[in-house]
Design a protein around this ligand. Structure first.
Ligand SMILES: Nc1ncnc2c1ncn2[C@@H]1O[C@H](COP(=O)(O)OP(=O)(O)OP(=O)(O)O)[C@@H](O)[C@H]1O
Ligand SMILES: [Mg+2]
Length: 238
């Protein structure tokens, strides 16, 4: 890569490294980080899972941005694309999908050999790898449990990007391995019933939602926008 700009061109334009660090969007990801880390300061959650009721609510983009803001404060962070049906983390971060989680779960690769570096300090990524024939089975295998046990010894935070709940069972299976589960909800769009149904499916297996992340919020209606605007104006000299 020739320059700094060439490097960042590879990331999706909504990834935090491409945003103004003082923007309301960047600030909102930091606010989610604060909430997560302060939820249990003496024993902060390690394995975070972001899911949603329906597809395309922003799970992958939010997972990637959350992973970046975690790494910004020195947390050794691992982002794992556990969506083995429609993986997307690799395209958001502009990296190659091959050699990832599915190869680890099939026992073809060791997890430390498929870690990808995206040029952000403290952040490593495991992409989906090849799309398997039987995603739910390999996600629910002992190998997946073992993999998470091992990465927990090495990383401070592990973020799992997973498929939506109402379409496939993979999220429900993975919820049993996560310390903290967040539902990404599209503000003003996701039907209330879909969120309630997803929460009930999780509670059926004794998994509880730790929080809801409202995505695609109109920032002009948000208090962050006011402070951004406020902060960008110079105070009048007296
Ligand atoms: N806050 C946001 N503002 C604007 N666009 C967004 C936002 N969050 C997500 N998007 C866009 O919405 C689309 C879906 O996002 P993403 O792939 O993160 O969703 P997903 O829930 O992971 O989808 P899937 O169910 O297919 O895995 C993408 O084009 C993404 O760039
Ligand atoms: Mg996704």
């Amino acid at each position: 890569m020739d320059s700094y700009n060439d490097f960042f061109r590879f990331f999706n334009k909504r990834v935090i490294v491409n945003l103004d660090p003082r923007s309301p969007e960047a600030e909102s990801y930091r606010s989610i980080r604060t909430n997560i880390l302060s939820s249990n300061p003496t024993n902060p959650p390690k394995v975070l899972m972001l899911t949603s009721a329906h597809p395309e609510e922003g799970k992958s983009l939010t997972s990637a941005n959350l992973a970046i803001v975690m790494s910004e404060i020195g947390k050794k962070t691992l982002l794992v694309d556990c969506d083995l049906r429609r993986p997307n983390v690799h395209s958001i971060l502009g990296i190659d999908k091959s050699h990832g989680l599915s190869e680890v779960l099939y026992g073809q690769e060791e997890w430390d050999k498929v870690l990808k570096n995206v040029g952000i300090e403290n952040l490593h990524v495991i992409t989906s790898g090849a799309i398997p024939r039987n995603p739910s089975e390999i996600i629910g295998s002992d190998k997946m449990k073992l993999f998470l046990e091992e990465v927990k010894q090495v990383f401070d935070i592990i973020i799992l990007d997973v498929p939506c709940i109402l379409a496939v069972t993979d999220s429900i299976i993975l919820s049993l391995l996560a310390d903290c589960i967040f539902m990404v909800v599209m503000a003003d769009k996701t039907p209330r019933e879909a969120v309630l149904r997803s929460m009930s499916m999780l509670s059926d297996v004794k998994s509880n939602i730790s929080g809801i992340i409202f995505n695609k919020v109109n920032m002009r209606r948000s208090h962050y926008y006011y402070y951004y605007y406020y902060g960008s104006r110079r105070r009048k000299e007296k």
